[in-house]
Design a protein. Structure first.
Length: 58
């Protein structure tokens, strides 16, 4: 995942949060958005897993 991919994923998660907080979505749509957000968060966590906290150049 590149820096751009990470930024795009973060932007999408923020958009999902805004939609859910607005309350303007159906329960079914809210469930779909939550599932999408959970998947995106899992991808980010896997990508950003710092292990022992050491920063390495790739």
């Amino acid at each position: 995942m590149t820096d751009t991919d990470i930024a795009d994923t973060t932007d999408r998660i923020e958009a999902i949060i805004e939609q859910l907080e607005s309350g303007d979505v159906s329960l079914e749509r809210a469930t779909e958005l939550k599932e999408e957000g959970d998947e995106l968060l899992a991808e980010l966590e896997a990508e950003l897993d710092l292990g022992d906290g050491e920063v390495r150049e790739q």
